[in-house]
Design a protein around this ligand. Structure first.
Ligand code: ATP
Length: 242
């Protein structure tokens, strides 16, 4: 990407938390258009809190979230979504009683003007597993299929930045690979991805750049090649021994 261009998303010196508890301490990160960027850290490090703050579910107590040059820190989640940011939460939030196709149709509400949103038909084309199950109830899907449906909904909803919260959590290894393939395919379509993971191997395979978060602070930033070679960071913050 053009290094001199403004980032698509900038989280700028954010403090945020719950009530009196500050979870994020002076957190800054940026994502350029077209990148896959990971935010990787242990359980409880503040990854979900970061995504909630970007999405507008939480408001920063100080600092800013800037998207396409606009300060979006004060916007609620609905308005943030209308700008083209979609959060795919860890719980996936599929409607179990609706079919796969109906779940997608519910997401079809226009999206951001800049976004190249998928029609329901295009989403079913792109996600082969979902096409085969278009008429099945959401409740009948496996964990990996639910993850794909949650991602497909973000694309139908017109997202151009997708925030993925631990998409591989709880999935069997061969399904993890399928989900990683999907993330790469959506990135090939021009969708920018901020990926939150505990699994550093997923990050190293997918991400252009990685931020390591520990106790609500960014403690490292580097390309996947740099992080992979940094035994100290891997050991100290991610519990991966060389
Ligand atoms: P996980 O892998 O468990 O999702 P995470 O890195 O996403 O971890 P967060 O969920 O952001 O971490 O949690 C960061 C800290 O904020 C934790 O100490 C957690 O206990 C606390 N926390 C999370 N949600 C709430 C909440 N609703 N109210 C109060 N504290 C919370």
């Amino acid at each position: 990407m053009n290094g001199s261009a403004d980032p698509l998303l900038a989280v700028d010196s954010v403090h945020a938390g719950y009530g009196e508890t500050t979870v994020l301490h002076d957190l800054s990160l940026s994502v350029d258009e077209g990148e896959i960027v990971s935010l990787v850290g242990r359980n409880g490090a503040g990854k979900t809190t970061t995504l909630r703050t970007i999405m507008g579910i939480l408001e920063p107590t100080s600092g800013r979230v800037v998207y396409r040059g606009d300060d979006v820190s004060g916007l609620d989640a609905t308005r943030t979504a209308a700008r083209g940011i979609a959060l795919v939460p860890e719980e996936r939030r599929i409607f179990p009683e609706l079919t796969v196709k109906e779940n997608l149709e519910l997401a079809d509400h226009g999206g951001a003007p800049e976004a190249d949103s998928l029609s329901v038909g295009e989403a079913l084309e792109m996600f082969e597993n979902l096409r085969e199950r278009a008429g099945n109830a959401g409740s009948s899907l496996s964990g990996g299929e639910q993850q794909m449906l949650a991602i497909a909904r973000a694309l139908v909803g017109g997202a151009d930045l997708v925030l993925l919260d631990e998409p591989t959590e709880g999935l069997a290894p061969y399904i993890v690979q399928d989900v990683m393939d999907i993330v790469e395919r959506l990135n090939d379509r021009g969708i920018t991805v901020l990926l939150v993971e505990q699994n550093v191997h997923v990050c190293l395979e997918l991400a252009d750049r990685n931020y390591v978060i520990n106790q609500g602070e960014i403690v490292y930033e580097g390309t996947s090649a740099e992080l992979e070679a940094d035994d100290e960071v891997l050991d100290r913050y991610l519990g991966v021994t060389a």
